[in-house]
Ligand binder design. Structure first.
Ligand code: AHR
Length: 536
């Protein structure tokens, strides 16, 4: 049902303002308001009104020892497409071009049963191990040193996951020592013996994975985990005081312990960590696409609620330190989520979680990118989960790769979301969605890069039936020319790419809109995600 109400959204509220400390509380205006009688969405931009500098790690990704993410994905020594390290060259090129700034590794659920020592040293001596998280065999031919080398090859930064399931704090600290100490200690000398003289200086570490989940190997209660995280953090900092540590927050709002887990964990380890993790996967199981493309608003809410808990504990502790968030798993994932799709049947590199993404998934991913951007003041790291073959933007086979639909909004974020996020005011008509507040048809965020003066605007049109008129109001200064404009849209929300039709869904050029008297008028198509960049 189409509502005649209109929605005023500032950069952070989206009707969730009660969770936000930011000004310009989101307001709903009735259609009677003379200023809002038409159906045009208005976006007010002022380059002086900013939220945050876009952190370099906001659009990271994730590679787990799961299915064909590592083996046959990024590492395939037998392939004609691989280099002498066994790295798939086409995949390296693709990821290097994308410019993924940080990659989380090696899991995920996998990490909670992983012994990192199995994955280092001479390859012929590494054991073939049963990964109990995914019931798969891991040959351990790809381990920590291979990941660091691969990270260098693609130009990314490692975000290392630690086993706090079956693993001990001592083993976690040993891995930090192996990676970061130059020489003269047991584990740094082992790295040297393995042929890697230079320390890696890995800065970012995740203290376990989804430890709130009963499915997690080594699952424990919040106080138990909080104490273990505290102990691991202390031992790791004794090895290298400069590391940045992320504690496991809730695996999502669906958890019965949501937020209470986070509070209890932080009561134990607040002073010892720097960030808290969030995870979230979105579903369209009921095939309600109007609702589905609005679900990024629930991610805004999750971020707001989690920050409220962080700041509550900060208050309890009277701590000067403010935690940041690591949204280190987010994506759409619901089709390949049970049965054989999550059971490797003790095979190596089985086809697991090979979700094929359609247009509506890409639209929601665009919305999720908007959400991350407008929360960039506290979300420092975020990882699209995952990167290759497993719930991924890039799919490979023995002959090459193709780009899934979700690749495109992600690549725009990496390329165009630069500099500062603007605190935009969005005035949009709304529609009604059961169990949600009135949903604005148009979701918008903008960035402005002081280094080159370019402004980028990211627009999700949630109207599945109609194009939408938009007026951009340049409140301080008007831009000059449009330097890039692209749109992702199509007639069929369920259209997908594949090896048979790799370009069925891909962006097309968006007509460059003109600006006059400080206003730019444009029309975005139904079912679309659009990016426009202007020079100053
Ligand atoms: O990304 C797939 C899985 O989802 C990860 O292993 C786990 O952390 C999450 O539940």
């Amino acid at each position: 049902m189409i509502s005649r109400r209109r929605f005023l959204q500032n950069a952070s509220t989206l009707g969730l303002g009660f969770l936000s400390a930011k000004p310009l509380f989101g307001r709903l205006l009735s259609a009677e308001s003379p200023a809002n009688a038409d159906q045009t969405a208005r976006i007010f931009l002022d380059s002086r009104r900013t939220i945050a500098v876009v952190d370099g790690y906001l659009f990271g990704s994730f590679l787990e020892h799961l299915g064909r993410a590592i083996y046959q994905g990024i590492y395939d020594p037998g392939s004609k497409l691989s280099d002498s390290n066994g790295f798939r060259k086409d995949v390296v090129d693709e990821i290097r071009k994308l410019g993924v700034p940080i990659v989380r590794y090696p899991g995920g659920n996998f990490v909670s049963g992983y012994n990192w020592l199995d994955g280092v040293g001479p390859k012929q001596e590494r054991p073939l191990v049963l990964d109990k998280a995914w019931n798969s065999m891991n040959s351990n031919q790809f381990g920590t040193n291979e990941f660091i080398a691969w990270s260098k090859a693609v130009g990314t930064t490692p975000l290392m996951g630690l086993n706090l399931g079956t693993g001990t704090s001592e083993q976690a600290a040993a891995l930090v020592e192996y990676c970061n100490v130059d020489k003269g200690t047991k584990w740094s000398d082992l790295r040297r013996k393995h042929g890697f003289a230079q320390p890696y200086n890995v800065k970012h570490w995740c203290l376990g994975n989804e430890m709130d989940g009963p499915w997690q190997i080594g699952h424990m209660t919040a106080p138990e985990y909080g104490l273990k995280a505290q102990d691991a953090a202390r031992q790791m900092r004794a090895v290298d005081h400069s590391v940045e540590l992320v504690a496991c927050g809730s695996s999502g709002p669906q958890m019965p312990t949501y937020l209470e887990w986070d509070r209890q964990v932080l009561e134990q380890c607040y002073e010892y960590v720097d960030g808290l993790s969030l995870h979230r996967y979105f579903e369209n199981t009921g095939d309600n696409s109007s609702k589905f493309v609005a679900l990024n608003l629930t991610m805004d809410r999750q971020i707001g609620e989690t920050l409220a808990v962080c700041d509550l504990v900060r208050g309890h502790k009277r701590s000067p330190k403010k935690l940041w968030l690591s949204f280190d798993e987010w994506n759409v994932w619901y089709r390949q989520r049970s049965g054989d799709a999550v059971d490797g049947h003790r095979q190596e590199a089985p086809h697991l979680l090979e979700e094929i993404y359609n247009l509506e998934d890409a639209l929601l991913v665009g919305g999720l990118i908007n959400t991350l951007l407008r929360n960039a003041d506290r979300v420092r790291i975020a990882c699209l989960a995952q990167l290759v073959n497993v719930i991924a933007p890039i799919m490979t086979n023995e002959n090459g790769l193709f780009r899934q639909t979700i690749y495109y909004p992600y690549s725009w974020a990496l390329q165009y979301a630069r500099g500062r996020v603007l605190n935009v005011l969005v005035e949009s008509p709304t529609y009604e969605v059961k169990d949600m507040d009135a949903v604005p048809y148009v979701d918008a965020v903008a960035t402005m890069n002081p280094a080159d003066g370019k402004t980028s605007l990211f627009l999700l049109n949630r109207d599945l039936a109609k194009a939408r008129e938009i007026e951009v109001v340049w409140e301080d200064k008007s831009p000059s020319s449009v330097v890039a404009a692209q749109v992702l849209t199509g007639d069929d929300l369920k259209a997908v790419n594949g090896f048979d039709a790799p370009r069925r869904v891909e962006p097309r050029v968006f007509d460059k809109p003109t600006t006059a008297n400080g206003r730019t008028r444009l029309e975005v198509p139904a079912r679309s995600y659009t990016m426009i960049q202007w020079a100053s």
